[in-house]
Design a protein around this ligand. Structure first.
Ligand code: ACO
Length: 323
């Protein structure tokens, strides 16, 4: 028995915003953004929502797998930017894609959310509780970014990616191992306040409802912890860095990915990137890139892939799979 990714899909808002356009909003330049982050443009919602983007990505993943909405048993949406507190985004996606029989709920582990959701689904499938799962990572980060803060607004983009997983009889291949970690003691490194506590009996203090980030701390967290998590997942799968064909990492920024590659002593050719075109899309980043690679025909049967997500929480993890 194995659990395999049978289909992938993704969706991006129509509007693409270049670094030059951002330089008209805040004091920055194409040169600064490219040099520090590797980002050249990002897609920004002009009405697209977490639900609409996730639903589009989910439909494409199902189509890619040759499956229909009504066959889906488990539907998870990883997001930290849902439109509504209630109902959850996954239940709204369920309605849009006709997955009437699915159990649907959201999961928030920021940029590691998609990976944590795949791990959750894998556990259900391994335990024999469900036969298949549809998992989306979807974000509209543009609504929680402070568009006056040049330190953060240049980094993020909106989008969604999805995978469809199935339990197969074949014993070999599929998902081989997982590791995930959380470090709540370092939550202040990257945060965004929710709604204020306000009721007839209590008025909470004003909290900043936009992304706040200590960029240097995020950088050192990522380049230290991610290689460790990758090595841990590889050891669990009985593989080594040299066995990996592609490292599909969270697309935070180019310098972080280069730092991780260096610590793993792995050549950059094995680290595909799309952040130049889409920026950092948090939980959508890994499935968006995976879908691009799949549709470009760059994922061949038998290839060993490492997926890794890391972000606010702090949360991070890695997965080893055979395509
Ligand atoms: N354009 C021009 N100048 C800028 C910009 C900008 N967009 N942003 C900041 N600056 C200025 C600062 O004001 C500062 O100026 P000062 O020296 O006069 O005060 C100078 O550039 C250096 O600022 P730093 O914040 O120290 O810049 P740093 O070299 O650390 O680069 C960056 C910032 C790119 C965010 C870096 O810290 C980094 O890569 N961190 C990782 C964070 C990250 O990728 N987060 C993504 C979200 S988290 C996740 O997905 C896991």
């Amino acid at each position: 028995m194995s659990v395999r990714i049978m289909g992938t899909g993704s969706a991006l808002p129509k509007k693409c915003v270049s670094n030059e356009e951002l330089a008209q909003l805040v004091d920055t330049s194409d040169e600064w953004i490219r040099e520090r982050t590797g980002i050249g443009s990002r897609h920004i919602s002009t009405g697209e929502t977490v639900v609409s983007l996730a639903a589009e990505a989910c439909c494409k993943a199902l189509e890619n797998a040759g499956r229909k909405g009504e066959e889906v048993a488990l539907l998870l949406v990883a997001t930290c930017t849902p439109e509504d507190a209630l109902p959850c985004a996954a239940c709204q996606v369920q309605d849009r894609i006709g997955a009437a029989k699915a159990v649907a709920y959201d999961l928030n582990a920021a940029c590691a959310g998609f990976l944590f959701a795949v791990h959750t689904a894998w556990a259900y499938l391994e335990a024999g509780i469900y036969d298949n799962a549809l998992i989306a990572g979807a974000e509209v980060l543009s609504k929680i970014v402070d568009w006056n803060d040049r330190g953060t607004c240049i980094l993020f983009g909106d989008g969604a990616g999805a995978v469809y997983l199935e339990r197969c009889e074949e014993a070999r291949g599929g998902i081989l191992s997982f590791v995930q970690h959380s470090d709540g003691g370092r939550g202040a490194v990257l945060s965004c306040a929710g709604r204020e506590q306000e009721n007839p009996y209590f008025h909470g203090e004003h909290r900043h409802p936009y992304v706040q980030m200590d960029g240097r701390e995020v950088f050192s967290f990522a380049v230290r912890q991610v290689p460790e998590a990758v090595r841990e997942a590889l050891a669990k799968a009985g593989r080594e860095v040299k066995d990996v064909d592609l490292f599909v990492l969270h697309q935070a920024n180019r310098r972080i990915i280069e730092g991780i590659a260096k610590r793993l002593s792995a050549d950059m050719e094995r680290f595909p990137m799309n952040l130049e075109r889409v920026g950092n899309t948090s939980s959508a980043a890994v499935p968006l890139l995976l879908d691009e690679l799949n549709r470009q025909g760059r994922l061949r049967q038998g290839m060993t892939l490492v997926l890794s997500g890391f972000g606010a929480g702090l949360t991070y993890g890695a997965c080893v799979l055979q395509w």
